[in-house]
Design a protein around this ligand. Structure first.
Ligand SMILES: [Zn+2]
Length: 444
């Protein structure tokens, strides 16, 4: 299994996390490795560098020592008592075991992955209590001290050394555990040719990414111009991507971060938001080039984030109740969260088509959007007659909601039903005025 990560410390962190260490345990162990070797797996103890009297009459550097051990030119590796590698293994029995381990793997003595494998094997075999602690600890200091006193056991075990190592550990904890979105593998689309990062965002997002929200920009702009609009902090808004009228794509907020786009923190912490250049009036149409680029971008976002299906459930309540599987991405729209037309009828009417096309491109089962659990089929509206003269229209389904005035006697269309306080059942008026008690309304 190849190591995962862009930097040495990230690779080590991910490896240790995959072995079941807690964030605190991994941090405490890496802090010690940092103190021992600076996280260099070819590190030869400094006092043995350029010290031929200690290394068979030859003067070595980290690199030449590593090469000489690999080639067999240097035969003193096991017995020279020179600290070497990530953990600065020193004692002959431990260096012998390390040498055997990397040879079995067919790797260099300085190979990072091989040394990590040996580290965990050694912990499991010879220091099982240390490993158990690292898998259960909830303190960086405790983990660090445990490794220092029981595993590394350097000559100097003073409080200042303990604090220094725990300090290194804390820095790794802050880097990887606190900003865990950074190491969850978030990337940005290589389709973006413009990168103008907005300050209007929360970093990192606090929820896993499983939503895409497509907006209409209300203006036929280029990707660059669209990104520029979100640069001033006074704008108080942003999006992850802008798709321009010519099909150009701009990155405005990185995918690891939450944009300020959909009038909902809950939505945007889960979502990649995309503003698409559009006309400025109904139906807010987008160009063919922008639409084609949007499909490419949405497909790319799904693919890089491990999604094989894009779902449009067509309804806010259904969508919020739906728990997407690991390989599913949901579509939401801005109009569910604010009194806006966004994304405009042009893009709104195409949500199902976008979901279908992207899912097809991803090679996922062409999914006719599934019914979420425990949800009835689509509600069929009906008409009622109201005869009472003092029936309240409520802002919500229940007497606990404010009254919006009395309804005039007459015939009305009910488009939704719900349970609520003060009535057997509540009905939502088609006019959008609010809800009425169905106890005072007769179906016609
Ligand atoms: Zn919008």
């Amino acid at each position: 299994m190849p190591l995962i990560g862009k930097t040495i410390d990230e690779k080590i962190w991910n490896y240790l996390k995959a072995q079941g260490l807690t964030d605190f345990g991994a941090a405490g162990l890496i802090g010690n490795l940092q103190a021992e070797s600076g996280l260099s797996s070819t590190n030869l103890q400094n006092s043995f560098e350029n010290a031929p009297a200690k290394t068979g009459g030859v003067s070595y550097t980290d690199a030449s020592y590593t090469a000489a051990v690999d080639s067999g030119a240097y035969t003193g590796f096991v017995s020279d008592r020179a600290g070497y590698g990530l953990a600065q293994w020193t004692y002959p029995t431990r260096k012998q075991a390390l040498l055997n381990f990397v040879k079995t793997m067919g790797r260099s003595i300085g190979d990072l992955e091989a040394q990590l494998g040996f580290l965990i094997t050694e912990l499991a075999g010879s220091f099982p209590r240390v490993l158990a602690d690292l898998k259960s600890t909830t303190s960086v200091q405790e983990a660090s001290d445990c490794v220092l006193l029981n595993f590394e056991r350097p000559a100097d075990q003073s409080q200042s050394v303990k604090n220094k190592r725990a300090g290194y550990g804390q820095a790794f904890y802050d880097k990887f555990a606190k900003g865990s979105a950074d190491v969850m593998g978030y990337t940005n689309s290589s389709l973006a040719t413009v990168k103008l990062i907005s300050p209007n965002k929360n970093s990192p997002r606090n929820k896993p990414l499983d939503i895409i929200t497509i907006h209409c920009f209300v203006g036929q702009v280029t990707a660059k111009r669209g990104c520029e609009v979100f640069q001033p902090t006074s704008k108080n808004a942003s999006c992850n991507y802008v798709v321009g009228l010519d099909g150009g794509i701009g990155l405005c907020v990185e995918e690891k971060d939450r944009s300020w786009c959909t009038s909902s923190a809950a939505n945007d912490n889960r979502a990649v938001t995309i503003e698409v250049a559009s006309d400025t009036a109904h139906p807010y149409a987008v160009t063919a080039k922008a639409y084609a680029a949007l499909l490419d971008l949405v497909t790319d976002i799904c693919r890089r984030n491990g999604k094989r299906k894009l779902l449009w459930l067509g309804d806010k309540a259904k969508t919020l109740a739906y728990k997407p599987a690991a390989d599913e991405m949901l579509l939401t729209v801005h109009r569910w969260y604010a009194a806006k037309a966004c994304p405009g009828e042009y893009l709104f009417s195409r949500q199902a088509a976008i979901a279908e096309e992207v899912t097809k491109r991803l090679g996922g089962a062409s999914a006719p959007t599934p019914a979420p659990p425990n949800t009835a089929t689509d509600f069929e509206s009906y008409t009622v007659r109201v005869t009472a003269t003092n029936l309240n229209i409520r802002k919500g389904a229940g007497t606990n909601f404010h009254s919006a005035g009395y309804i005039k006697p007459g015939v009305y269309t009910i488009v939704e039903e719900a349970d609520g306080k003060g009535a057997t059942r509540w009905g939502k008026l088609k006019s959008g005025m609010g809800w009425i008690s169905l106890d005072y309304a007769k179906k016609v």
